[in-house]
Design a protein around this ligand. Structure first.
Ligand code: PHE
Length: 456
């Protein structure tokens, strides 16, 4: 077998994997959920979900990936001794592959918005922003080209390999993203009445806490940490045998959560300052926020101009690092399973996901032929991957690690072959195993049943 190059440094591991985790989900869903569902109380519950369920699931994927030292499909196959568990790995790869195309569409819109901000098009009345987005997303040409552009950028990075491509790019993009985020947070918090937005985000309100909210927090934490999409497993296959899986997972989860909370501090103070009700999803970032920024900084338009521009650069970076991790899942698969050069494998993935992306984009208004059962193809991809594959792969991974893989193997990976020796790791391992065996699968099962209305 040819020698695989992995990440070259600890920082590279953390920034690349955090790059996968920090994505559009941090900006367009978390803040809104927190504000609507009990503020500080929701944030506490979310963090508890991350700590007790997200981190253990992440470690489990790391274990599969690092043990396998290969793409996700083969990693599951190796660890299972070729038994049907390997199908979970194949499903992980398929999930990553299917998401790549439609995630590229959304990140492509971000590129169009960078351009629009740059040429000063993002100014106008609230209705203008609505029409602008509706026209863009239903346009048959522009968003498709932007999707191709985004995938093209991902290709150029991925093609350079793990260390010279993904790691290097992440080391530049993640700190930039963080700085941009801080700049916009400061600008937003300095606006008049910003306090109201901060209150909306953090004011504890127990009355909003229902079972529903708990399950949504759980679902959001999994999506936000990129669990069950093959990404974590693939990246972990590039970790070295010295990478401490527990500390890395914890650091990545902390970065992801801090970015999510900062995103709230970027959005709400500005929104409340101009009295606009924030929402979530694409309409938040492509309609509401451009409007908020243009109104909030109307007194000093140049600041508004830069805030809007920097915001879309930030979103594109967040989206790109996630897109790279998704792209890498399939690239590693094609490269290793069909013994192709990295370039060829990456090209196959880029072209095939570009085709999927183009169809997803066209389904949003350019043609009616891509709407099935009242749902656009784009939404079908979102639904099937996010609501079906994600919980299934996550659940089966926990069962696999908790019940099937010999504990000796799991312990070896967890403690880096006994080199992490202290009492603390022995205890931590038991807690981890307990969570992965019982608590995580049960929690995922609840989310799954809940979202299909089978559990109230
Ligand atoms: N975690 C990313 C986000 O928060 C989304 C994502 C999921 C990216 C799965 C890669 C893989 O937006």
């Amino acid at each position: 077998m040819t020698e695989r190059t992995g990440f070259g440094s600890k920082l590279g591991v953390i920034l690349a994997t955090a790059g996968s985790a920090v994505g559009l989900g941090n900006v367009w869903r978390f803040p809104y959920m927190a504000g609507e569902n009990g503020g500080a109380v929701f944030i506490m519950i979310y963090l508890a979900c991350v700590l007790l369920l997200g981190i253990p699931c992440m470690i489990s994927e790391f274990i599969v990936g690092r043990h396998g030292q290969s793409n996700t499909a083969r990693a599951y196959s190796k660890l299972s001794g070729g038994s049907p568990w390997k199908l979970v790995g194949y499903m992980g790869v398929l999930t990553g592959f299917l998401i790549t195309g439609y995630y590229a569409v959304v990140t492509g819109w971000c590129l169009q918005y960078i351009w629009a901000s740059f040429i000063g098009q993002l100014q106008g009345t609230p209705d203008y922003f609505k029409t602008y987005f509706a026209e863009l997303s239903s346009d048959p040409v522009r968003p498709v080209l932007w999707t191709f552009a985004m995938l093209g950028i991902a290709y150029l990075i991925i093609e350079h390999g793990v260390r010279d491509g993904i790691e290097k790019a992440s080391k530049m993009m993640m700190p930039t993203l963080f700085i941009l985020l801080l700049i916009i947070v400061v600008a937003s918090c300095m606006l008049p009445n910003a306090g109201k937005g901060i209150e909306f985000l953090f004011k504890p309100d127990m009355s909003k806490m229902t079972g529903d909210v708990f399950l949504s927090a759980l679902g959001q934490s999994f999506y936000s940490l990129s669990i069950a999409m093959g990404c974590l497993c693939t990246y972990a296959s590039y970790f070295s045998r010295y990478t401490n899986l527990t500390t890395s997972a914890t650091q990545i989860a902390i970065i992801d959560s801090v970015v999510a909370i900062l995103a709230g501090l970027m959005i709400f103070p500005a929104a409340f300052s101009v009295g606009v009700n924030p929402d979530s999803g694409p309409s938040l970032i492509f309609i509401t926020l451009p409007n908020v920024f243009s109104q909030a900084f109307a007194a000093i338009p140049i600041v508004g101009y830069f805030v809007s521009l920097l915001f879309f650069v930030l979103l594109s970076l967040a989206g790109l690092t996630s897109l790279m991790s998704l792209h890498e899942v399939s690239t590693a698969f094609f490269q290793e399973e069909f013994t192709l050069s990295r370039k060829k494998a990456a090209l196959i993935v880029t072209i095939s996901t570009a085709i999927i992306g183009a169809f997803c984009s066209l389904s949003l208004g350019a043609t009616d032929n891509l709407v099935f059962g009242g749902k656009a193809l784009f939404d079908w991809f979102d639904f099937i991957t996010g609501q079906i594959f994600l919980p299934v792969v996550g659940f089966l991974t926990c069962i696999f690690i908790g019940w099937f893989v010999p504990h000796k193997v799991v312990r070896e990976e967890f403690t880096n072959w006994g080199t992490l020796r202290s009492e603390w790791y022995a205890r931590l391992f038991h807690i981890y195993l307990f969570l992965v065996k019982y608590i995580c699968p049960m929690a995922i099962l609840f989310i799954f049943l809940h979202q299909f209305g089978l559990l109230k």
